[in-house]
Design a protein around this ligand. Sequence first.
Ligand code: DX5
Ligand code: ZN
Length: 222
Amino acid sequence: MVEKIILSPSLLSADFGRLEEELLALEEAGLQWVHWDVMDGIFVPNITFGPPVIKKLRSRSKLFFDVHLMIDKPERYFETFVDAGADLLCFHVESCLHLERAVSQVKDLGVQVGLALNPATPLSSIEYLLPQLDLVLIMSVNPGFGGQKFIPFTKQKISQLVKMLQEVQATCYVQVDGGVTPSNVKELALLGANVFVSGSAFFGYPPYAERYQVFLDAVQRN
Ligand code: DX5
Ligand code: ZN
């Protein structure tokens, strides 16, 4: 039996022309989290949306805004994203030189903080910071685009992260992002992941309430 999981649908695969309706539809379908993929065209080869879009939609949604920053030197914008309404700010270890300072800055702004690692980035880079984190995001594709294939070796990183958390007696969400589908979600949950980002495998299969149930059932299936 797997613990309860959180599904955080990635708006990257939603209809950008109807974001307000998409957020409402998620809420009506029973989702609690939504994943905002913020891309700057420098840290990743794609550009999406930024604080003004999040801010405009904040007042129209009660969902937990899980904001994944794929931007260079993210510390320049922490305050702006918190002001826009982020509930959790997750940024990449590869994008930021003074990690401890940056993590503290986010915490001081009063929101949850997460660190994301690209597939090839070792977990050792965040070992000392684990007790301070609310979430670790294991990227299971190279960031930039939705609809990519899950990279198998990242499963090992999930197990290793769970072990490291036990060793330092820290608890935080273990989030997996990229190529997550109803076919692999149970395996990932058994390894110890508990927050799943899904873009193409979620938004491509409406109605959302049914699709959400497919993910939940997949995790509990024997
Ligand atoms: C990739 C993003 C992911 C992505 C997930 O850069 O961080 O959130 O949108 O999309 P799928 O589920 O389609 O791989
Ligand atoms: Zn993401």
